[in-house]
Ligand binder design. Sequence first.
Ligand SMILES: NC(=O)c1ccc[n+]([C@@H]2O[C@H](COP(=O)([O-])OP(=O)(O)OC[C@H]3O[C@@H](n4cnc5c(N)ncnc54)[C@H](OP(=O)(O)O)[C@@H]3O)[C@@H](O)[C@H]2O)c1
Length: 289
Amino acid sequence: MPARLIDGRALAAVMQAELAQRVAEQVSTGGPRPGLAAIQVGSRQDSTRYVRGKIRACEKVGIASFHHPLPESTSQAELLRLIEKLNGDASVHGILVQLPLPPHIDESVVIRAVAPHKDVDGFHPENLGLLAAGTPRFVACTPLGVQQLLLRHDVPIAGAKVVIVGRSTIVGKPLALLLMRKGEGGDATVTVAHSRSRDLPGITRGADILVAALGQPGYITADMVKPGAVVIDVGTTPTADGRLVGDVDFDRVREVAGAISPVPGGVGPMTITMLLYNTHRASQIQSVG
Ligand SMILES: NC(=O)c1ccc[n+]([C@@H]2O[C@H](COP(=O)([O-])OP(=O)(O)OC[C@H]3O[C@@H](n4cnc5c(N)ncnc54)[C@H](OP(=O)(O)O)[C@@H]3O)[C@@H](O)[C@H]2O)c1
């Protein structure tokens, strides 16, 4: 029997409608309208598409968005000056710097320049540290989206064996920290695999929940999946004809897995949704001082 589909697009629509209601209530009771500033340096097509999608999503839920498209030639100092200005702007609760940045700009310096209480991407070391300490403030949007996909599809996480393939600071590492936390949405037994892991199929076959976040199209094949396992595909690799492909061999793995998320329409829409959630939370945190 083919696996149950874990539909991120449908869940994102439900969660965005829920959020729109909360934002409307906040504004109608005199609270702040959440505001997100989106900075894009250069004109990479994929970045333009992502930023446009995020701004459109803001509009749908009633979050104000402030788009800052900057030329490719923007210097690091100029970018840092804009971030400094936005850090001090009370109408901006969240700041998003679309990655990757051009090679003449040091991403880690830029990430550290965003005020931690406006870091709705959850990339700042202070926010990563808070997550590691078990007291998260802003968690990166893709890991949060994966956790919500599991929770809202009633996938048992507590006690489950989770294998995450990929150890990046924006996906694999924070997801591992999130799913091993004590309490709801956590308590999993987490293994993180990467390009130096030995016997990857042996590791992935032990997973009740397998998360693929490697950026290698179709790498996770049916023989790497335990029958009945839940498979979440984070991978998004653009093809020459403009499609996005995941890290999982979807057609074959769905014959083995118990549930599976597609690409597109799985983790991607949830990542955007969690950015909106983080921005709303930022406005709440900042309005209480
Ligand atoms: N849907 C979304 O919203 C969303 C958001 C973010 C990212 N993504 C996608 O998710 C994928 C991963 O993104 P990322 O930023 O985490 O990528 P990344 O920084 O390139 O990290 C990839 C990770 O996968 C590991 N890896 C690569 N090849 C492997 C192999 N053959 N076997 C085992 N491990 C392997 C790497 O190991 P090493 O550490 O040893 O090099 C690394 O830890 C990409 O396709 C990206 O586009 C999607």
